[in-house]
Design a protein around this ligand. Structure first.
Ligand code: UDX
Length: 491
């Protein structure tokens, strides 16, 4: 579908010079996660940014100095931007547009039920185009469904306004969004098919202070560079989760195998950590979107469809294996609700899917603790506690569902005192099993090194780490010590 692939212009590098190169004046529409990070970082780079949102309460609280999301470094950049006069907030683009060189649109593209929608992008674009003075460049920053840019371009064309429409996707992760923005792996700009690559020059100047490959491609390719990147990361995680099952079935050590595979630069070590599956607001929805497109357009994207199935099944499979050899527990404690560490975001969290699977398996009570999640409106039946030990009280099984650093060093003596049972399921493979087993705990995880093949590989996929023979490194040879010293699952 869409336009034919057009060769990207060769990547170029921006100078490492001062952040105060050529100052642009821009309006960013949408004060959500992407819009806030984009605005604060562009103001930090020396540009004049007016951040606009129709949610006037949000604008009022931003003006009052309250940052609506928790993201390391964001608060400081917003504060500095406001203080320098380069960052300000409005509740309608009309106020700001007359003096702007360009407009960024960074509104949400998922509805309340997590379904893709271009309604917000279209109405933001329409409201910009309806203003008396419209800058010559409108840049879509939101992640759009492949094919959306064609429709948006038609919308612009229908107004006969002399406007270039660009797509500049973001590749920032929650928890490191500011750092990712300021040191990106690449800057991608999609221009309308047939437009010359220099259409992207104002964006090149905008990011002049950033040293990163700068790719100018057509709209459709930019759409798929964004979603394709996330689908590939999802594929790596799914592959790692499946490889870990093979390791358990054959007696291989997953952390060693991961090192040996990831050291190949064609593969790379990142996104090979095992766990209850990938979650968050991006990876699941984007892979599911590609899977839906595969069916709609009859593309037969077997791998993409399999990633969706495998990831959905992962928490259920783990719960099945965990409970297979135990009487149904009365009470389970779950540590970690966020979809990954260092965020309070529970959207599409694998921990919650794990909890759903526990409930479906008949577990009566689930007690939970997360260092940042204080409310869980989606799961009213789950009891939240202020710390790990309160959550573990009287529990039969303890589950580590999110890789929060503090769960690596739990006080096992204290847990032995408060818990009824001695079963631990370490879904992120972060617990020091030997410390826990000293207090009588049996720690099972997705990863373990085993000297013996399990008797029933298909069934015994979750193994007993109490039996782990010695260190996880390969014992003999120079590679052994290198592995032991260098490779650890990323925190
Ligand atoms: C992701 C992309 O990384 C980012 O480039 C894009 O802009 C937005 O989507 P984010 O959703 O913040 O970022 O989280 P990420 O760090 O990618 O993790 C996604 C999920 O994968 C989490 O649930 C995480 O726990 C899981 N994951 C990640 C693994 O299970 N194993 C890994 O090795 C890495």
């Amino acid at each position: 579908m869409g336009n034919r692939l057009q060769s990207p212009s060769p990547p170029s590098r921006g100078p490492n010079g001062s952040a105060r190169t050529i100052q642009s004046s821009l309006v960013v529409v949408g004060a959500g996660y992407v819009g806030l990070v984009t605005s604060a970082c562009l103001a930090h780079l020396g540009h004049r940014v007016r951040l606009v949102d129709i949610d006037s309460e949000r604008i009022t609280s931003l003006r009052a100095g309250v940052t609506p999301i928790a993201e390391p470094g964001l608060d400081t950049l917003i504060h500095l931007g406001v203080k320098s006069g380069r960052l300000s907030f409005d509740d309608h683009p009309r106020v700001a547009l007359h003096s702007a060189d360009m407009v960024f649109i960074a509104v949400g593209t998922l509805d309340a039920n997590g379904r893709w929608t271009d309604t917000n992008v279209r109405s933001a674009l329409e409201s910009v185009l309806a203003c008396e003075s419209v800058p010559p460049l409108i840049v879509i920053r939101s992640t759009v469904r492949p094919g959306t840019m064609v429709g948006l371009r038609e919308l612009v064309a229908a107004t006969a306004r002399p406007v270039n429409l660009l797509l500049n996707p973001e590749f920032t992760r929650e928890g490191t969004a500011v750092a990712d923005f300021l040191s990106p792996t690449r800057i991608v700009v999609g221009v309308a098919s047939g437009d010359p690559p220099d259409t992207a020059d104002p964006i090149r100047r905008l990011y002049a202070a950033i040293d990163a490959p700068f790719l100018v491609v057509d709209h459709s390719s930019a759409e798929l560079i964004k979603i394709g990147s996330n689908a590939f990361l999802a594929a790596k995680i799914t592959f790692a989760n499946e490889l870990a099952r093979l390791c358990l079935a054959t007696g291989a050590d997953m952390s060693t195998v991961r090192y040996g595979i990831g050291i190949d630069p064609r593969i790379g070590p990142q996104f090979l950590r095992t766990g209850p599956g990938f979650g968050g607001s991006c990876l699941p929805s984007q892979v599911e979107l590609l899977s839906a497109m595969s069916k709609e357009l009859d593309l037969g994207l077997e791998l993409i469809e399999a990633i969706v199935r495998s990831n959905r099944e992962q928490p259920r499979r783990l719960v099945r294996e965990l409970l297979a050899s135990l009487p149904t527990p009365r009470r389970v404690a779950v540590l970690g609700l966020a979809f990954k560490a260092n965020t309070d975001d529970t959207r599409e969290s694998p921990s919650l899917r794990f909890i759903d699977a526990l409930s479906d398996a008949g577990v009566g009570e689930i007690q939970a603790f997360d260092p940042q999640v204080r409310r869980l409106s989606t799961h009213p039946g789950v009891h939240l506690f202020p710390d790990a030990y309160a959550a573990a009280s009287d529990a039969d099984i303890l589950v580590i569902a999110t890789e929060w650093p503090q769960f690596r060093s739990l006080d096992w003596g204290r847990l032995a005192h408060v818990m009824c049972g001695r079963e631990v399921f370490d879904a992120r493979s972060i617990v020091a099993a030997d410390e826990a087993s000293a207090y009588g705990f049996r720690v099972r995880s997705l990863e373990r090194r085993s000297a013996q093949r399990p008797e029933q590989p298909g069934v015994a996929a979750v193994q007993d780490r109490r039996l782990e023979p010695g260190p996880r490194s390969v014992a003999a040879g120079p590679m052994g010590s290198a592995l032991a010293g260098q490779w650890r699952p990323a925190p």
